[in-house]
Design a protein around this ligand. Structure first.
Ligand code: ADP
Length: 195
């Protein structure tokens, strides 16, 4: 079993690359953003609470996303590997994930960080807002807030995995295929080393 965290700021291309990675490696895709947007679409109480935070660019509470991931791990016990996208986003989430994976007798193989300059991220989010219908993409103030929270709360997650030499950076600017190749090279090398 090989588990991967696809990491990077909002707008860095995690969703796009995740789709290609699932197809190539057969990972089970776990995106907390997608799971939360499903709760909103279903108008659940959890979704309603999450929406007001997401619209402001704030994080939803750790317990909420950890609970969702815990349930998804249980529901997919036969998966050959998980791709975590948009999770973990805080060190507390990373610590909880490590414990959950240990209970399932597995661990994170690698965290791959997509590196994209900030102005490019803003441009991409504004462009995405025209087709995604995502209210959190349309407002530059909300975007700056998300980037600020990313720097403050989320970047330390890369350091958490760097401590066990599991954190790798990949160029996130270029064609979709070039970036994909960069990610695949990292995964292939890690799998060849037997984790
Ligand atoms: P992006 O990577 O573009 O920010 P996501 O779909 O991953 O988009 O997340 C959208 C929003 O959902 C975040 O801004 C946040 O409010 C909420 N969210 C998603 N994942 C998490 C998480 N792991 N912890 C807390 N909040 C989350």
């Amino acid at each position: 079993m090989f588990n991967l965290i696809l990491f990077g700021p909002p707008g860095s291309g995690k969703g796009t690359q995740s789709e290609k990675l699932i197809e190539k490696f057969g990972f089970k895709h776990l995106s907390t953003g997608d799971l939360l947007r499903k709760e909103i679409a279903d108008q659940t109480p959890l979704g309603m609470e999450a929406k007001s935070l997401m619209d402001k660019g704030q994080l939803v509470p750790d317990e909420v996303v950890i609970g969702m991931i815990s349930g998804a791990l249980e529901a997919n016990r036969d998966a050959s590997g998980f791709l975590f996208d948009g999770f973990p986003r805080t060190v507390a989430q990373a610590e909880a994930l490590d414990r959950l994976l240990e209970l399932h007798k597995t661990a994170i193989g690698v965290l791959i960080e997509l590196q994209v300059p900030e102005e490019e991220l803003i441009t991409r989010m504004l462009k995405r807002s025209k087709t995604s219908g995502r209210s959190d993409d349309a407002d530059e103030h909300v975007q700056r807030n998300r980037l600020e929270i990313y720097r403050r709360d989320t970047m330390p997650v890369a350091e958490h995995y760097a401590a066990s030499a599991k954190s790798v950076s990949v160029e996130g600017v270029g064609s979709i295929d070039e970036i994909f190749n960069g990610i695949c090279n990292v995964i292939d090398a890690k799998i060849a080393k037997g984790n």
